[in-house]
Design a protein around this ligand. Structure first.
Ligand SMILES: [Zn+2]
Length: 266
C-alpha cells in the first residue's frame, strides 16, 4: 500500500511536470532547487576523493566490492551466479539531467528483471561516456545502466556497452531531446517519450555476472551486476550529442579483490 502511494505520487508528479516543463531546460533553476554538486568526475571532488566529499560515501574509498571492474573474458567462470531473466516492454520514459548523467525515468512497473527468484522493477536507465566496465581491457565509447530495484531497495543493474556504428533509431527520439542543462530536482525535461526498451538491449543475452556496487556515490555495495557482453550500436553523432552535454562521467576501474565473475546467459 505504501509503495502504491509512492508510485501514485510519483506518477502524478511526472504528469504535472510533463504538462508544464517543455521549456524547463531553458529556464534557470530558482536558487536552491538544484542540489549542489558534492562530487564530480575530476579534480578535488573527483573519484579519488569520493570517500571524503560525498555524503555517506566512505564505502567508495574503503569498500572491497566496488564497481566498475575489468571483465576478463578468459577468466570468467561459466555457470550460474544467479539465474536471471529480463522482462522489459516498450513504454514511456521521462528525461532528466542531474549534472552527472542524463537519465530516463521509467514509471511502468511491468518492466522487471528476475534474479535468483526475486523480481526487480526497472526504475531508470542512464548513460556513461566512455564505458565504466571494460572487457579484456577494452573500453567502449558508452555504457548504459538499467537500474532495477526490488521491494526492499536491493539493486540489479543491467549494463549494456555501446560501440560506434549505425544510428540507433530506437534511441533517436531521446537523443534528439537530451536536456542540455540540469533539470531542477524532482522534475523532468520535455514530454514523456515512447521507447522500445527491450529492443534497445542486444539480442544475445550472454552476460558477465558479479557482485559489485553503485559506480557513483554513495557507492553502495550488494549490487548484482549483469553486464551484457554483446555491444549495441549508436552513431558517432549520437555519442557526441551526449558527450557535448556530459563530459567524461566514468569512474576508474576498481580492484576485483578475488570476486568471481561468472559468464552466463539468460
Ligand atoms: Zn551508471
Amino acid at each position: 500500500m505504501r509503495m502504491a502511494m509512492i508510485w501514485l505520487i510519483g506518477t502524478a508528479a511526472w504528469v504535472l511536470s510533463a504538462s508544464s516543463s517543455l521549456a524547463l531546460d531553458k529556464t534557470p533553476a530558482p536558487a536552491g532547487t538544484a542540489a549542489p554538486p558534492h562530487w564530480s568526475y575530476s579534480g578535488e571532488h573527483g573519484p579519488a576523493h569520493w570517500g571524503d566529499v560525498a555524503a555517506d560515501g566512505a564505502v567508495c574509498a574503503i569498500g572491497k566490492s566496488q564497481s566498475p571492474i575489468n571483465l576478463a573474458a578468459g577468466a570468467a567462470t561459466t555457470g550460474k551466479a544467479g539465474n536471471f531473466k529480463i522482462n522489459y516492454a516498450p513504454g514511456a520514459v521521462a528525461l532528466l539531467n542531474n549534472g552527472h548523467t542524463i537519465q530516463a525515468d521509467v514509471s511502468d512497473a511491468t518492466n522487471t528483471v528476475t534474479f535468483d527468484g526475486t523480481s526487480y522493477t526497472l526504475a531508470q536507465f542512464h548513460f556513461h561516456a566512455p564505458s565504466e566496465h571494460t572487457v579484456d581491457g577494452k573500453q567502449f565509447p558508452m555504457e548504459i545502466h538499467f537500474v532495477n530495484k526490488d521491494a526492499n531497495g536491493h539493486i540489479v543493474v543491467v549494463g549494456v556497452f555501446v560501440q560506434a556504428g549505425a544510428e540507433n533509431k530506437l534511441l533517436a527520439p531521446m537523443f534528439s531531446a537530451l536536456p542540455a542543462t540540469a533539470t531542477p530536482a524532482g522534475t523532468h525535461a520535455g514530454s514523456p517519450l515512447k521507447v522500445d526498451i527491450p529492443a534497445v538491449l542486444p539480442k544475445d543475452r550472454k552476460a558477465f555476472v558479479y557482485a559489485g556496487s553503485l559506480t557513483t556515490p554513495p557507492c553502495t555495495e550488494g549490487v548484482h551486476w549483469i553486464v551484457l557482453a554483446q555491444p549495441i550500436e549508436m552513431s558517432n553523432a549520437q555519442i557526441d550529442a551526449f558527450k557535448s552535454i556530459i563530459h567524461d562521467n566514468h569512474r576508474p576501474l576498481q580492484k576485483i579483490n578475488g570476486r568471481d565473475v561468472v559468464s552466463e546467459t539468460e
